[in-house]
Design a protein around this ligand. Structure first.
Ligand code: ZL4
Ligand code: CA
Ligand code: ZN
Length: 393
């Protein structure tokens, strides 16, 4: 029976903690942990759980969080009392420590538990890759790429990706980090700025002063010093509003294909932020589920072990569509998805305004004007090719 539901594919594991999904950032905050519930019910309704190893993940320990984050920051995170109102809204003058308690990173009830669950999922996923029990390990509750050693930033408090990569570095010589969230993966890039064992590549909307976090220009490629082994090991792909599936997939395959040839990673860490989809509340791109998923499919085709993380994504029904579809890609059953429509799934009310999920014809959101010229994308590719001449093993 086991062999029938898993035809020669690679072993995929799914790591989640349903307790994480019960946390709330606040009434109108864009980050909605219940998007993970919606994702999980789609995955279950399609019968995908039978084709994966499913793990309910533990919470990360203080010591594990401490492998990247500073103790004074963790202590404050663990003990700061929850606040009903963000400080910058009601009390703009009140002190904000470690960037905690503002409207982006509120001190909500159960915050420390939420953070340790997100980190626990990502660490469990990384460990399954390390001990060879999985070929692709999925942690949709992770992907919180902005958190710094001693600072919360952009809805992220604990950088579960950095923790997972540190774990991967114990068993693998080189990690390729890829970030398709619409925001720049600044926290991960910064954490590995001075090593040549991690190469980071982020695709993002770039418009400093206007769009968060404002870093990640084409020329930001790691510290320029000749003595720094991390020089040239950060690739940034700054994009404008409205990029399409065709342009994005072409860029992605070209850049990741060449980076793979030069860097020869032993493992891939892929952050799949779904705010790069069309119709996202905070995003600016025109990506459809297929274009977003094509990135996962391309990484899978490289035949290297891979950890897949979640990340941003602020229109929950679209987040669930994309991540369920990408779970199917990991398993290798995406072609069967449109035919098998679960009729009595509990999530149905959330998709009621759409056509049936996820027929591949589904169009997400109002299209935005495309501000990416082919000339600019070619210039980006040329810059990356130049940069990759300094990278090699
Ligand atoms: C909100 O409606 O650009 C937070 C944040 C809370 C509830 C009510 C409070 C109203 C949009 C965002 C005041 C909100 C003011 N509520 C927010 C410079 C900013 C200062 C804070 O996907 N204001 C900061 C962070 C980004 C900024 C994006 C992406 C994470 C990830 C990985 C993080 N911060 C301007 C904004 C709202 C809110 C509505 C908001 N915050 C949109 N963009 C930001 O990469 C998970
Ligand atoms: Ca990104
Ligand atoms: Zn984002």
């Amino acid at each position: 029976e086991y062999d029938i539901v898993r035809p020669k594919g690679r072993t995929v594991s799914f790591h989640a903690n349903p307790e994480m999904e019960k946390h709330h950032f606040g009434q109108t905050h864009p980050m909605k942990p219940w998007r993970l519930t919606l994702t999980k019910s789609l995955v279950t309704s399609y019968g995908m759980t039978f084709a994966m190893d499913n793990y309910t993940t533990r919470t990360a320990t203080y010591e594990e969080l401490n492998s990247f984050h500073a103790s004074d920051y963790l202590d404050y995170l663990a003990t700061a009392p929850p606040e009903d109102q963000p400080r910058d809204v009601d009390n703009p003058d009140k002190e904000v420590k470690f960037n905690l308690g503002g409207s982006d990173c509120p001190l909500f009830h159960g915050l420390y538990d939420y953070c340790s669950m997100s980190a626990g999922s990502s660490l469990d996923a990384a460990r399954k890759i390390c001990n060879g029990q999985s070929d692709i390990a999925i942690a949709w509750g992770g992907g919180l790429h902005h958190a710094k050693r001693s600072e919360a930033s952009g809805f992220c408090y604990i950088n579960d990706i950095v923790l997972a990569i540190l774990q991967l570095l114990r068993c693998y010589p080189r990690v390729l980090y890829i970030d398709i969230d619409v925001h720049h993966g600044d926290g991960v890039e910064e954490a590995f700025f001075s090593t040549d064992r991690v190469m980071t590549v982020s695709f993002h909307k770039y418009q400093p002063e206007v769009f968060f976090p404002g870093t990640g220009g084409l020329d930001d490629n790691g510290p320029k010093s000749e003595h720094n082994p991390g020089a040239h090991h950060a690739i940034n792909v700054p994009l404008n509003d409205g990029i399409t599936d065709e342009q994005y997939a072409w860029l992605f395959k070209s850049i990741i294909g060449k980076t793979n040839d030069s860097f020869r990673p032993s493992v891939i860490a892929l952050q799949c932020g779904a705010d790069s989809l069309a119709g996202d509340r905070l995003g600016r791109f025109n990506l459809q589920v297929q274009g977003h998923g094509a990135c996962v499919d391309f990484c899978k085709s490289l035949n290297i072990p891979m950890v897949i993380f979640g990340g941003g994504g602020y229109t929950p029904r679209n987040v669930a569509r994309a991540w369920a579809y990408e779970t199917a890609i990991a398993i290798g059953c995406q072609s069967k998805i449109p035919e098998v429509i679960p009729a009595h799934a509990p999530w149905r009310e959330h998709f009621i305004h759409d056509t049936i999920f996820p027929t591949l014809e589904q169009i997400l959101g109002e299209p935005r004007a495309n501000r990416n010229t082919q000339k600019r994308l070619q210039d980006i590719i040329m810059h990356v090719n130049e940069q990759l001449r300094f990278v090699g093993h």
